[in-house]
Design a protein around this ligand. Structure first.
Ligand SMILES: [Zn+2]
Length: 414
């Protein structure tokens, strides 16, 4: 497959930073989970997503608040699921299922019965192959509040969060924080014990300007300050010491360039393809009648890209069994983009969607709260591990998905 020069380095750093993350000798994973639950359970959990935040944005002068949480909490780089794009991975974080299993297989896809899914789709049928943690919590009698999360505006399996709002990209970060804090001022019977908070500006800046641009650093600093505002608000209410903050991202960001383009026109007539999703990852169906041409010209290895029939996608990507996945899936080399000459790539920027094991795609995981060991470093985290962790912190049993509860045990191990 493609070579990732940084991969060895990341692994080495992760290993060097990690403390033992296995289960204690002689203890079953479930017993270890139970013991960890005894050790610490917060009064509430606030799950914060910073879209497109790379772990290596930390420690560079823009993130005093997050650096403080890392120093006094648990931290790990986290593998996103494939494809490393926003809606699939946000839903993975809260369902514990890979996109192939929760059904939100891309930001845009087609369901045979429901039609085309877009990021504005509100039909529950698109979402109900998985159960998000707020639905599990509400069913267990725990109030939840979501200030934005993909899926949180939809009634899923008959349940909505107690408090939510339609996504408003223009709402400033501090206003989002204040709304989440305001729900904590509600009477006890309405007050959420699980809240989500979502920031999109780091991803937007990363796409427009690239991961290393000053504009992206400015967005990182702005979100960091908003999280600082949240912490101050919790402290002012006397809630901070009993709150678990879980700060995650959905994927990283890789620099792109007009010099790194895979022209589909050079491989086949683009009219032979119905592209479902293109750019940093490509999913497509052959145009009816042109299947043989597509098989002959597209399937296989190309410079900077490899394409498979969905049944042949490598198992490590966990992608292709869902009927919603296009018949052809192409993995694009990190930093490259697919395009057609009628819609060329004109400027440098950033993209994601690539191999979920590429270091540039690594996501963020930080946990800070009661019982969390200061300075704990985690390795081998996957985004599917977050849902069982949230369930454990809330003290509820949740549907068993693709995550491993033992991967996050070290967060609260003394
Ligand atoms: Zn995203």
């Amino acid at each position: 497959m493609f070579r990732f020069p940084l991969a060895g380095l990341i692994v080495a750093v992760a290993l060097a930073l990690s403390s033992c993350a296995g289960t204690p000798t002689g203890q079953s994973p479930q017993a270890a989970v139970d013991a960890a639950v005894q050790a610490a359970r917060p009064d509430r959990v606030i799950l914060i997503s910073i879209d497109g935040f790379r772990p290596d944005y930390l420690g560079k002068g823009q993130t005093p608040v997050l650096d403080g949480l890392v120093a006094t909490g648990a931290f790990g780089p986290m593998r996103p699921s494939f494809p490393s794009v926003t809606f699939p991975n946000h839903y993975t974080l809260v369902t514990g299922l890979h996109p192939d299993h929760h059904g939100v297989v891309a930001n845009r896809f087609t369901d045979a019965r429901l039609g085309v899914f877009t990021m504005a789709s509100k039909e529950s049928g698109f979402w109900d192959q998985g159960e998000p943690i707020w639905v599990t919590a509400e069913k267990a009698g725990i109030r939840t509040g979501t200030l934005f999360w993909p899926g949180s505006e939809v009634e899923i399996r008959g349940v909505r969060p107690s408090h939510w709002a339609p996504f408003d990209q223009g709402m400033p970060g501090d206003a989002r924080v204040d709304r989440v804090l305001s729900w904590l001022d509600l009477p006890a019977d309405q007050r959420p014990r699980l809240e989500t908070l979502y920031f999109d500006i780091v991803d937007t800046a990363g796409h427009r300007n690239g991961p290393d641009a000053p504009e992206t650093r400015a967005a990182v600093a702005s979100v960091d300050a908003s999280i600082g505002r949240l912490i101050e608000g919790l402290k002012a209410r006397g809630l901070y010491d009993r709150t678990m903050l879980v700060v995650v991202s959905d994927h990283g960001m890789a620099a792109t360039s007009p010099d790194r383009v895979i022209w589909l026109d050079d491989i086949l007539d683009p009219a032979a393809l119905k592209i479902g999703y293109g750019g940093a990852v490509l999913t497509a169906d052959p145009t009816p009648g042109r299947e043989a041409e597509v098989q002959q010209k597209l399937i296989g290895r190309h410079p900077h890209m490899e394409c498979w029939n969905k049944a042949d996608v490598p198992a490590r990507l966990v992608y292709g069994s869902n009927p919603r996945v296009g018949r052809i899936v192409c993995l694009v080399e990190t930093g490259w983009l697919t395009a057609t000459r009628d819609r060329p790539v004109t400027r440098a920027g950033g993209a994601h969607g690539y191999d979920n094991q590429a270091p540039e795609m690594a996501a963020l995981f930080v946990a800070h709260g009661p019982g969390v060991a200061a300075g704990r470093r985690l390795s081998d985290l996957d985004s599917v591990d977050v849902q069982p962790f949230l369930a454990r912190m809330l003290g509820i049993s949740a549907p068993v998905g693709d995550g491993r509860p033992e991967d996050t045990l070290a967060v609260t191990r003394p």
